[in-house]
Design a protein around this ligand. Structure first.
Ligand code: SF4
Length: 182
């Protein structure tokens, strides 16, 4: 039987969800026997999101144009998309700037008002992606197949989701241990 093609993606998040994924410790060895990690900031050095991904864990919200473009590609090329962690599920911390009604006040505060030396707004077209006016959770942009809440979801919750999935079963997303936010 072919191995499951697994991807993990880091959009607008702090990487804490991926750190929690690494907390799976020895179970990662069992996982590696059943999946091929075809794209991941912590498990592969492939730069372009590949075709025919079976399962993808998406950490982070949609906060800039690069996130927006990549999530469309991810959706097109993935069979089962998991919104991984509170930033993906609700937009969480990255969305705190939404109450300021646009990215401009944040950029001005950080780079002009608080800039110690040569204050200037970041401007590197093609390198630094422009921020979107509003940060959005993943499911507001593309269809999501499963949600794993938590900031971050702990390793047990990640395992309890992935283990049934790679065995062809539906994870039981019930109870506080699987659904608690934060
Ligand atoms: S959900 Fe929490 S741990 Fe995960 S990326 Fe967001 S802030 Fe970081």
């Amino acid at each position: 039987m072919d191995k499951i093609r697994l991807a993990t993606v880091w959009l607008a998040g702090c990487s804490g969800c991926h750190m929690s994924f690494l907390d799976l410790d020895e179970w990662l060895i069992d996982l590696a026997e059943k999946v091929d990690v075809v794209y991941s900031p912590v498990g592969s050095d492939i730069k372009e999101y590949p075709e025919n991904v079976d399962v993808v864990l998406v950490e982070g919200a949609i906060a800039n144009e690069e996130n927006l473009e990549l999530i469309q590609i991810i959706r097109e090329r993935s069979k089962f998309l998991i919104s991984f962690g509170d930033c993906a599920v609700t937009a969480n911390v990255p969305a705190m700037r939404n109450m300021l009604r646009g990215a401009d006040p944040v950029l001005r505060r950080c780079y002009l008002e608080l800039g110690d030396e040569t204050p200037q707004l970041p401007n590197a077209p093609g390198i630094v992606p422009p921020l979107l006016a509003q940060v959005r959770p993943v499911h507001e942009v593309v269809t999501v197949d499963l949600f794993i809440p938590g900031c971050p979801p702990d390793a047990e919750r990640i395992r309890a989701t992935l283990e049934p999935l790679i065995n062809g079963e539906k994870p039981q997303m019930v109870g506080r241990e699987m659904l608690k936010f934060g």
